[in-house]
Design a binder for this molecule. Sequence first.
Ligand code: SF4
Length: 60
Amino acid sequence: MNIKILSNCIRCGACTEIAAEVFDIYETSVVVNEYKIEANEDICIDAVLTCPVGAIKVEI
Ligand code: SF4
């Protein structure tokens, strides 16, 4: 599974609260720790469903 953060991300922090190991929030962007995705797929999906603007794109 690959995850990308789209440009409409508003840096609300929800994904980092749900899946802190995978998503890191910085001043201007959210970064995905790709090597952490496989072990955390369930909470990654939770983050996708929770993102208020649909900015987390998943490619399976
Ligand atoms: S939940 Fe969505 S809008 Fe919020 S920081 Fe994560 S990717 Fe961005």
